[in-house]
Design a protein around this ligand. Structure first.
Ligand code: TRP
Length: 473
């Protein structure tokens, strides 16, 4: 069954198509919405330095490991683990679960972004002082954000139901470059505002006194989230990758692009934020409050036009990411359960839709309703970002390092010796020894420092339970 599956596997249309799809998965709300607000809440420069450390020492190696495991097995997450070692099925299952949970809040924010395309032309920019309050009122409303979320999710369903090469690739190719160019433009506007230098200081002069165990966990979790790692997303994408492709160079390209966009988003937002006298610690509203203000200050039709283009690009960046999340779950149902692509897409997204409704309402009418001390939105967010992804990454590293054959890994990474990869030994030592230990230390110190301890314990329990029941998958 799996042999047949392998032969028929769809493939990326071109190398450019793969890079754009993988980078499209990585670059998303994580870079432009989440990275800046986490940076703001965790003290600026120091967080960025730690974040870059996580990317360099953990993210890059895990990216290569996911590509390698995916292409070697030619299977999506669960199948990839299972085909090598049945006892490891749970690690794949945990990934699918993470995909579900992330999709329990991601489309809510995607919906906000979509809404802002239209709000940009319907008076949002007319009163710059009110932009902050407008955002809070909007996300807390009972109906409006739900409508946008549903539209956003419907677009995902449409793309994923159409299949790999057709849908995802086409979407990725067009709007990623647009976003890139637009960010450069916004950076120029932002740093030239009077008072912008305070923002540059905030970004580039690390204040180490604000760093705690939580900062490291937040940075590590963000590195995984932003690079789409720790849940088998890149395993799944790698499984569609041609045997001739150079894995290390693809990994480096994707990681560099993702990191560049996150840093650019920071550069676009903080100088303007300080110039406008806003609070860096305001949380999830940051990009939706600061960026429209930049455009409002440009005035008139031009500001409006740029605002529309920005939110269209952000929405598409979000789409190419959420599509990859949905794809992980769908690919699992197709590969392991033999469900048809369309059916798998509809069933999975129906469940996600319900979770998103709860998440969205937790911003307003249901804000009093908490699970283990937090609302639904935060529940899904913290559970995935602070626990599942890092542990998923740790499991993958242990799996590749200790349960796969070193020579076989080497053959896969180097395309049977055709590609030279001088850092193979270093990479292998990283995934086998360094990364598992590093993640364990960061997770331990982060979890003990964090307020939501019961949530952390719940997350660990879920992992144990999924390990026990994974035999059924
Ligand atoms: N990386 C995406 C972003 O930054 C989100 C995402 C897509 C993701 N696929 C993922 C996060 C898989 C974790 C795992 O917006």
């Amino acid at each position: 069954m799996q042999q047949v599956e392998k032969k028929q596997r769809e493939n990326w249309g071109s190398r450019f198509g793969f890079i754009m799809a993988a980078a499209g998965s990585a670059v998303g709300l994580g870079n432009i919405w989440r990275f800046p607000y986490l940076t703001g809440m965790n003290g600026g420069g120091a967080f960025i330095v730690i974040y870059l450390g996580c990317i360099l020492f953990v993210g890059l190696s895990i990216m290569l490991a996911e590509f390698t495991v995916g292409r070697k097995t030619g299977l999506a997450t669960v199948g990839a683990y299972k085909s090598q070692n049945r006892n490891w099925t749970f690690a794949g299952a945990l990934g699918v679960l993470s995909g579900f949970f992330i999709m329990g809040f991601y489309p809510v924010v995607g919906g906000w972004s979509l809404a802002y395309v239209f709000k940009s032309v319907t008076g949002l920019l007319a009163a710059p002082e009110a932009i902050g309050d407008t955002f809070v009122a909007f996300i807390g409303a009972p109906v409006e954000p739900l409508v946008w979320m549903v539209i956003y999710l419907a677009v995902n369903i449409f793309i994923v139901a159409k299949g790999v090469a057709g849908g995802i690739e086409a979407a990725g190719k067009v709007l990623m470059p647009t976003l890139f160019v637009l960010l450069i433009f916004i950076i120029f506007r932002s740093v030239s505002l009077p008072g912008a230098s305070a923002g540059l200081n905030f970004l580039f002069k690390p204040d180490w006194s604000v760093v705690t165990g939580q900062t490291f966990l937040a940075a590590l979790g963000q590195a995984f989230f932003s690079l789409s790692l720790g849940m088998g997303c890149m395993i799944t994408y790698g499984s569609y990758l041609n045997k001739k492709e150079n894995l290390p160079s693809n990994a480096l390209t994707v990681v560099s692009m993702d990191t560049a966009v996150a840093l650019m988003a920071g550069l676009a937002i903080f100088p303007a934020l300080f110039a406008f006298g806003l609070e860096p610690t305001q949380g999830p509203g940051l990009v939706f409050v600061v960026v429209p203000q930049i455009f409002a200050h440009m005035g008139g039709g031009i500001g409006m036009l740029f605002s529309v283009i920005f939110f269209v690009a952000l929405t598409v960046a979000a789409l190419t990411s959420s599509v990859s999340l949905l794809e992980v779950v769908v690919a699992y149902l197709i590969d392991e359960k033999g469900v048809a692509r369309r059916t798998a897409t509809y069933v999975a997204s129906a469940v996600m839709c319900v979770m998103c409704i709860l998440s969205s309402l937790s911003m307003g009418v249901m804000s009093g309703f908490t699970v283990l001390g937090v609302g639904f939105f935060d529940f899904f967010d913290i559970l995935t970002d602070k626990i599942f992804l890092a542990i998923g990454g740790m499991l993958l590293a242990i799996f590749a390092g200790w349960f796969m054959d070193k020579e076989e890994l080497k053959a896969e990474v180097t395309n049977n010796g055709e590609v030279s990869f001088g850092l193979f030994e270093a990479w292998y030592a990283m995934i086998k020894y360094v990364i598992p230990v590093l993640i364990a230390i960061v997770a331990y110190s982060g979890i003990t420092a964090i307020e939501q301890k019961s949530l952390m314990i719940f997350g660990l329990l879920v992992i144990v339970v999924s390990a026990i029941f994974s035999k059924k998958l």
